[in-house]
Design a protein around this ligand. Structure first.
Ligand SMILES: Nc1ncnc2c1ncn2[C@@H]1O[C@H](COP(=O)(O)OP(=O)(O)OP(=O)(O)O)[C@@H](O)[C@H]1O
Length: 362
């Protein structure tokens, strides 16, 4: 399958933050690394016992995008990730970062350019939070003051108070806090690529949702090219600019934005894997189509409604439906910065779900 993405919802840009440590500076060339595109070309891994973990996978991830890998247990997700940072040696194919073939690059040097966060975090138990986060910058020989500044910046970025948590050891943190430290450590040397292997799966659902929200905020700021492995389709839909659905042997079943995967599954395997409630999931990744909006005067009760429900025009159809169901008017007002953009009824939402071109938010 050709897995070169077409149009994307996310611009392929480098970091947009403007913290003191993130500013361009001739003295800090490594901090301008930004994000690199990843290209896997016929990537394969077979084991001596005959197991084909991944067979000739080709996949491109544009710089700054987040791709989620989903698929049943044992389909090769972790192997793909671990081949990118060469914890697993490929038996065939090539890996490129931008135009550079890194298939045979020195793995130790390579891993300094690639952040890696995993389920059990892998924090060093006898080192404090600060020491853990500082691991790669120290390896790179950064001056102490710069390491300190970077650790402060990162703890802040992942929502941990350095004063309160910096001197703690991993066993003195909650599971969610440990995951945050793991993400901070993976980002420490401003890698061009971030690999995440089920980083949030060890925490309870509420902490997980919070971590996902925080990660989305963080990703919007740092815009690293990210490959994120998860078992959880909801997580894949929520976080991914694109989703790669894999079946056994690392076979790529579909590679597309979430709305397209949910709205137009390429095979019965994909349809089954993403589940029977994919209609509801799809509502959550579909924008309100402007052409579906009615004029306020055309809906019953407009003139007399005192406190109708409102959503911003940037809301998803799911948010619009939730507001509509809570509001009790039978319709929801869609606001634009300049005033009322229009009104949406349940019929409009139904039609929007059936009209919308998947992958092309209306
Ligand atoms: N050292 C090894 N020798 C032989 N087979 C292996 C080895 N390591 C992994 N495998 C096999 O490779 C396949 C892919 O494993 P991988 O861990 O990549 O799957 P996964 O999709 O990440 O699974 P999960 O979702 O359960 O974590 C599996 O069939 C696994 O048993």
């Amino acid at each position: 399958m050709d897995a070169t993405p077409g149009t994307g919802s996310t611009p392929a840009t480098g970091p947009t933050h403007d913290t003191p440590a993130g500013r361009d500076s001739p003295a800090e060339p490594e901090r301008r690394a930004g994000a690199a595109a990843i290209r896997l070309d016929g990537l394969s891994k077979s084991y001596p016992n005959g197991t084909v973990a991944v067979a000739e996978l080709s996949l491109s991830v544009p710089a700054g995008e987040l791709v989620t890998l989903v698929g049943p247990s044992g389909c090769g997700k972790s192997t793909i990730l671990r081949m990118i940072n060469r914890l697993v040696e490929p038996t065939g194919g090539h890996i490129y970062l931008d135009d550079e073939d890194i298939t045979d690059a020195d793995p130790v040097v390579l891993r300094r350019r690639i952040g890696y966060a995993i389920q059990d975090v892998g924090l060093f138990p006898h080192q404090t939070v600060r020491e853990n986060v500082a691991t790669v910058p120290r390896l790179l020989g950064w001056p102490r003051a710069k390491v300190r500044e970077r650790v402060d910046e990162l703890l802040d970025l992942v929502g941990l108070d350095g004063g309160q948590y910096g001197k703690r050891y991993p066993n003195e943190l909650s599971g969610g806090q440990r995951q945050r430290v793991g993400v901070a450590r993976a980002l420490a040397a401003d890698p061009v690529v971030l690999l995440m292997d089920e980083p949030f799966s060890a925490v309870d659902p509420i902490a997980r949702t919070r971590l996902q929200e925080e990660f989305l905020r963080l990703q919007a700021e740092v815009r690293k090219t990210t490959v994120f492995v998860t078992h959880d389709v909801d997580e894949a839909v929520r976080l991914g600019d694109r989703i790669a659905v894999l079946s056994e042997g690392g076979k790529l079943e579909q590679y597309a934005p979430p709305a397209e995967i949910l709205g137009r599954p390429a095979s019965s395997f994909v349809a089954e894997f993403v589940g029977s409630d994919r209609g509801i999931k799809r509502l959550g990744v579909t924008d309100i189509p402007r052409h579906s909006l009615r004029t306020p005067e055309s809906v019953p009760g407009w003139a007399t409604a005192t406190d109708p429900p409102h959503v911003p025009e940037t809301a998803t159809l799911r948010e619009a439906l939730a507001a509509l169901l809570e509001g009790g008017t039978g319709w929801v007002v869609v606001d634009s910065p300049s005033g009322t953009a229009g009104v949406l009824t349940p019929d409009d939402i139904y039609r929007a779900m059936h009209d919308t071109q998947p992958g092309r938010p209306a």
